[in-house]
Write a protein that binds this ligand. Structure first.
Ligand code: GAL
Length: 928
């Protein structure tokens, strides 16, 4: 039975807007904290408080040359080997604190443009400095950090610097959250008059007469010095990019202030969006000035009606649709939470293959790539807020979530919390009222829910403040609650919490193994079959959100060390199906499903409880041709039979109304003789982002997959990179960054990612002792995404001070008293000096901590351009002379062993000359 969705190729990885470039390659990374230097002294204290004056590793200029280079998205915790001393909730992975730094240049042509840096998210708390200015503190590891760099940017040859301190000692979840900037980082440049980030709200509405229109609100901003007149044009594009509706409005954009343009798209008849037929439109919004489009944004748009009915559950486009959902955390084997977009796409396809029509982002704002995949492939999303807190900084996070995600047709519910101790109290009620109001102010088209795990019957509780009451577990309360509130829509927001280890059929508590026969579940949960039965048999419960779609690192309930990941998934950490996957297929897919579980490799005589996942009405089971069971199928509990194992073939025939509809077979497999590699697709894009999970199996002499294979498989990749390995074993002890992986119950996974700029062929090769090797070739097509190149490896010297002009030539450089902040000017090297109008002599001074590489091997102090004649002094010694007045460079060698330089330049000042440092000053290591 094929479970593959036709759409195996993810959409092109593209910039979110034109003018956006990835800022992800070659970041300097330091694991561990770098405490801020202690301030001692008048001048350093004064200067450290000034714009641009950040100190230590946050400073604009800092010696990070010895830090290793990493590419983002990055999750450093994913590289650590689990350690029992670390937090069980985080999968026993060390997290801690780290620093990232990146230099980059901005072309002169960008001067005057609006520049914005966008971090998709950083786990968990981050502080960001740009050019020595502390620009952002994050409040959640799941929210974007968006920084307007415009006022603080340098152009041309000057280097801009970013420093990020990431504190992943802090946690926001009881599951594995990763550590570091694990989502995309974009540098965006826009016209001075432009649409702000998340600034288009296209809000499809159906009129009473059935016709549709789309009110579009566009938020604009201008950094110009005078109000600007622009025309905002919005077009509705269908799947083929044909314009089906258009609107325009003139608007005046004030100075340094946001303003909204509102228009409406109408007179069109859309195809509706649904999980079965996810017809997706786009709204293209242009800001036009003098007839030219100066800024453009494309936002997803879909047409569907949505109503949660207290008696009938969800009505989508007027018809009852039961939510067949799963809860999902973001991590994946081998890559932690830095999941490539293409792998997110693959995971959504796996959920579709299981029969899902819904997904809950547990318990946080998802990656934008996830919502994009849900829009295109058709999953209805419960989009969930992370921290339940209605103080301004946290309401801002909730508002950010709604603004970012409200155009996605896939999003059908906003969840303001998951399981909060205050849910059954007046405080909780008051908080939810406020959170819901914040949501509604930005989007009143979707209901608000909260995932409650109790308090449902308290006199004052959160259910009174939401549109749809979310039940986490508590399935025994559905009826009583419905009786008490027959007019309140309810849905399960979380259910099941059943345990399975993929490929295992017998629980072994000592080995931390749970059977996959769907009998094991948490006290508060239910089996996969039982939980669905409670929901499917109650039309007033809108649907199910199974805990969970996939296993995830952390929360290894009911075990502790050495179990590192959850057992709750319908699929394992790699997305390999467990028995639950087939059970859900049988429950949820419209086509007939018949799947025999488990495999048929056991010891002779062992009594096996065979489970046939099906909703056909009768199953006949034969073993080596003899009927061993024949009977009706319970539509929820399905079909079970006890069979004493003998090797051979176990076959199931499924009947509906007396007609044979489907068959399935398992058979006893021989010893492994060779490896096999496979992937859903073998054409990849060489954009450095495309990635594909490859399946590793061992086959017997007849080419059949060996379900018990456990070979250690060594992997080699050429023409691409191996970014993670896994096997779905919750008890495995490796990090996932190794280049080998043991098969677990017959399966292993290697995730490969293309290199930026790659083209031609990539190959994955697998070897294991005693087995014939395997290889898998990929065709890599050239593809690129614009990126920001890293800055050159130089230590810029800034923070120059310039003495007053004196009449006679000083013998030595003038000295600036430590307590004198006022008599010398601040000078930035690389900016044109003014005419002084006077004549005499002037001293310019700067100090610098010598980079370790220069201390080791020596280096070169370079003054690119000096205007005026003068002498360069270093550490009290005259080192170089410039005898001519015109612009010219100066340099001097720095011997090994130096750790600090006191640099001074005594310049002759002439009234009609610009004297000073129009060029940059930097230290270069002599090593290449
Ligand atoms: C719920 C919770 C989930 C997960 C689950 C395990 O209470 O919302 O995050 O912890 O239990 O059963």
């Amino acid at each position: 039975m094929s479970t593959a969705h036709p759409d195996v190729t993810p959409p092109d990885f593209a910039a979110p807007e034109s003018g956006a470039r990835l800022l992800e390659t070659a970041w300097r990374f330091h694991r561990g904290d770098i405490p801020m230097p202690q301030l001692r002294g008048h001048r350093v204290s004064y200067e450290a408080t000034k714009a641009g004056g950040a100190i230590g590793a946050a400073a604009a200029v800092y010696d990070d040359g010895d830090w290793p280079l990493v590419d983002l998205p990055h999750d450093w915790a994913a590289a650590s080997v689990p350690d029992p001393a670390e937090n069980i909730a985080q999968g026993y992975r060390a997290r801690g604190i780290a620093w990232y730094r990146r230099g980059f240049r901005l072309e002169e042509s960008l001067r005057g443009r609006y520049l914005e840096l966008q971090f998709g998210a950083i786990a968990t708390k981050a502080t960001v400095w740009f050019n020595g200015i502390e620009m952002a503190h994050s409040f959640s590891g799941y929210s974007a950090i968006t920084l307007d760099l415009t006022a603080n940017a340098y152009f041309g040859e000057a280097l801009n610097s970013l420093a990020v301190r990431v504190d992943a000692e802090q946690a926001e979840g009881w599951w594995y959250e990763g550590a570091g900037p694990y989502r995309h980082v974009w540098l965006v440049d826009r016209a001075p008059v432009h649409i702000v980030t998340d600034g288009v709200h296209a809000d499809p509405r159906q009129n009473a007469d059935g016709a549709w229109h789309v009110p579009v609100e566009v938020t604009l901003y201008s950094i110009e010095e005078r109000a600007a007149q622009v025309r905002v044009v919005a077009q509705l594009l269908d799947e083929h990019d044909a314009v089906v509706a258009q609107g325009a409005v003139l608007v005046e954009v004030p100075v340094l202030e946001r303003t909204c343009a509102n228009l409406t798209l109408e007179n069109f008849t859309p195809q509706l969006w649904s999980p079965d037929s996810p017809r997706l439109y786009k709204v293209r919004t242009c800001v036009e000035r003098d007839g030219a489009c100066i800024d453009e944004r494309v936002t997803p748009c879909g047409f569907r009606t949505l109503r949660f009915d207290p008696a009938r559950g969800l009505l989508l486009n007027g018809g009852e649709v039961k939510l067949k959902g799963v809860c999902v955390h973001e991590g994946h084997a081998g890559v932690g939470v830095a999941v490539p977009d293409a792998l997110i796409w693959w995971r959504v396809l796996r959920l579709k293959a299981m029969g899902c029509n819904a997904l809950r982002c547990a318990h946080n704002a998802p990656s934008p790539a996830l919502l994009d995949a849900c829009d295109r492939l058709g999953l209805m999303v419960m989009d969930e807020n992370r921290l339940f807190n209605v103080s301004p900084d946290y309401i801002a996070q909730l508002e950010w979530l709604v603004r970012r995600d409200r155009n996605h047709p896939s999003v059908i519910l906003w969840s303001v919390f998951n399981e909060e101790p205050m849910e059954g109290t007046a405080n909780g009620y008051e908080m939810v009222r406020r959170a819901a109001a914040a949501v509604k102010a930005l989007d009143d088209s979707r209901p608000v829910t909260a995932a409650m795990s109790g308090g449902l019957f308290a006199p004052v509780n959160v259910s009174q403040a939401v549109d749809v009451v979310g039940f986490n577990y508590h399935q025994g309360d559905y009826d009583a609650f419905h009786r008490a509130h027959p007019d309140w829509p309810i849905t399960s927001s979380e259910d099941t919490s059943a345990f399975m280890v993929r490929g295992e059929w017998f629980t072994d508590e000592k080995a931390h193994i749970k059977s996959s026969d769907d009998t094991e579940h948490a006290l508060w949960g239910n089996s996969h079959r039982g939980a669905w039965q409670e929901i499917a048999t109650r039309p007033f419960v809108a649907g199910s959100f199974v805990w969970t779609g996939f296993d995830y690192y952390g929360e290894p309930t009911p075990y502790t060390w050495p179990t590192k990941s959850s057992l709750f998934g319908s699929m394992d950490l790699c997305g390999f199906p467990k028995a639950a996957f087939y059970i859900h297929q049988a429950q949820w897919l419209d086509r007939p499903v018949l799947k025999i579980l488990p495999h048929w490799n056991w010891s002779v005589g062992r009594r096996i409880k065979v489970l046939v996942a099906t909703r056909l009405d009768r199953v006949v089971l034969t073993l080596n041709g003899a009927v061993v069971a024949d009977g009706p199928v319970d539509p929820y509990q399905m079909f079970e039979a006890e069979v004493d194992f003998v090797p051979g073939q176990l076959e199931a025939a499924g009947y509906a109304q007396g007609r044979l509809v489907a068959t399935d077979r398992v058979e006893t497999i021989g010893a492994p003789v060779r490896l096999r590699l496979s992937a859903d697709r073998t054409a990849l894009r060489g954009d450095g982002a495309d990635a594909v999970p490859c399946r590793i199996e061992a086959l017997d002499a007849k080419g059949r997959v060996v379900p018990s294979a456990d070979a250690m498989v060594a992997l080699v990749v050429a023409g691409a990179q191996l970014i993670g390995v896994g096997n779905g074993d919750p008890n495995a002890g490796f990090s996932g960054k190794e280049s080998q992986v043991p098969l677990f119950n017959g399966l292993g996974q290697a995730i490969i990612q293309t290199e930026r700029g790659a083209k031609g062929q990539a190959t994955l090769m697998a070897r294991a002792s005693g087995l014939a090797p395997a290889r898998l070739d990929f065709a890599v097509e050239p593809a690129s995404v614009p990126t920001v190149a890293p800055g050159p490896l130089r230590l810029m010297i800034q923070g120059w001070r310039q003495s007053p002009i004196v009449a006679s030539k000083p013998e030595r450089p003038a000295r600036l008293a430590d307590n004198d902040m006022n008599s010398w000017d601040n000078v930035r090297a690389g900016t044109p000096p003014p005419f002084s109008g006077a004549s005499g002599y002037q001293t310019l001074v700067a100090q610098v901590q010598v980079p370790a590489s220069v201390t080791r091997t020596g280096g070169l102090l370079v003054l690119q351009t000096v205007n005026g004649a003068g002498t360069l002094w270093v550490n009290g010694e005259a080192r170089a002379e410039k005898s001519y007045v015109e612009a010219g460079g100066l340099h001097t060698a720095i011997a090994p062993g130096q750790t600090r330089l006191d640099i001074a330049l005594i310049l002759r000042v002439l009234p009609d000359q610009r004297t000073g440092l129009p060029g940059l000053v930097f230290l270069e290591s002599e090593a290449p």
